[in-house]
Design a protein around this ligand. Structure first.
Ligand code: ADP
Length: 174
């Protein structure tokens, strides 16, 4: 889908294997350390220098985003954001929207042209997938209208079912 000059797309895949993307987003923990899920995969692929670098950037608050280098990943940058724990960090809609908004703001400050997001908070943090998808897509769409440096926003979904859901919703948003 095209919103203004920005292309928004969804693919099924692994966030650590996005060779053509300048910055990937990490669904991080507050301490910006390894953990499980997306954060575990990103730290494993980036190497231990990432944890060294992010030590000085931590802790981050819910909804906040910070940028680091990509280290051994194919990406120049990693943008780390802390999603809300569903049912705990409230209002969770606002916190989740802030994750997407602040990641995109940091990307623009860094003059990044392409960015890939995982489905933040929908794993260990328990956010229902459908509700999280609506927030992700509407927040990114609204941002795209006023984007400056960003030209491509990609959602990377881990399962076929999650990908299909994004694909369907992406085709219906205006
Ligand atoms: P959170 O703690 O924010 O819930 P998780 O890492 O537990 O984050 O999960 C977020 C989402 O990312 C889930 O939908 C999960 O299926 C997906 N996911 C897990 N590993 C990867 C990966 N390597 N690439 C893309 N998505 C992933």
């Amino acid at each position: 889908m095209k919103f203004g000059d920005v292309k928004i797309e969804a693919i099924k895949g692994d966030i650590t294997k996005q060779d053509d993307i300048e910055a990937i987003v990490n669904a991080a923990n507050a301490q910006l350390q390894m953990g499980g899920g997306v954060a575990g995969a990103i730290h494993a692929a980036a190497g231990k220098e990432l944890a060294e670098e992010t030590k000085s950037l931590a802790p981050v608050r819910v909804g906040e985003a910070v940028v680091s280098g990509g280290h051994n990943l194919p990406n120049k940058y990693i943008i780390h954001t802390l999603g809300p724990v569903y049912g705990f960090n409230q209002p969770e809609e606002e916190f989740l929207a802030n994750c997407y908004k602040n990641s995109l703001l940091v990307a623009e400050e860094t003059n990044i042209k392409s960015i890939a997001f995982p489905a933040i908070s929908t794993g260990a943090f328990g956010y229902p997938f459908e509700a999280a998808t609506e927030i992700a897509l509407s927040t990114v769409r609204d941002f795209a209208k006023e984007a400056k440096s960003i030209q491509l926003i990609r959602f990377v979904l881990f399962s076929e079912k999650d990908f299909q859901h994004y694909h369907d919703r992406l085709n219906s948003i205006k």
